[in-house]
Write a protein that binds this ligand. Structure first.
Ligand code: HEC
Length: 126
């Protein structure tokens, strides 16, 4: 009973946090279009852990990079990531194996959800 009352209380307190970014307590919900892409396409090469070692990466050269690298995360802007995701590797000077997703051209929310996903792999290690 007490636990139920407490979680109810939390429900009311949480939205009161205003616009401050909430503490990241785990994987954030993805935009549905982005999630479908991620699961049905991206993970095949980039892996569910962002390491770039998905089953489809085996024959690729170069391999998809490790999204966990903090050094790499710092070296790329969100604009760059958006461009690669929508226009593909060939259009951005990267591997042509990275497919374009032209269907996402006008879907800014889905693209930014994919960018959030990529950013979420950042690890404290290099
Ligand atoms: C067929 C394999 C494959 C698929 C599917 C794939 N990628 Fe890639 N991706 C690559 C390769 C290869 C590269 C180029 C090497 C690199 O820079 O990581 C790349 C590069 C990238 C980069 C740029 C990395 C950089 O250095 O700037 C991003 C971002 C990215 N992929 C995101 C995605 C997302 C999001 C999806 C799904 C919508 C996806 N990829 C689907 C293989 C793939």
């Amino acid at each position: 009973m007490l636990a139920a009352a407490m979680s109810l209380a939390l429900l009311f307190v949480a939205p009161a946090c205003g616009n401050k970014k909430p503490v990241d307590t785990g994987p954030r919900a993805m935009h549905p279009v982005a999630q479908k892409k991620w699961i049905t396409l991206c993970v095949n090469c980039h892996h569910t852990d962002g390491s770039g070692s998905g089953p489809g990466s085996k024959t690729l050269n170069p391999k998809p990079r490790d999204f966990r690298s903090a050094k790499w995360q710092d070296s790329v802007t969100d604009e760059h990531l958006a461009k690669v995701i929508v226009k593909g590797g060939a259009a951005t000077g990267l591997s042509k194996d990275m497919p374009a997703n032209l269907d996402l051209m006008a879907k800014k929310k889905a693209v930014s959800s994919l960018i959030d996903k990529i950013r979420s792999f950042r690890s404290a290690a290099e």
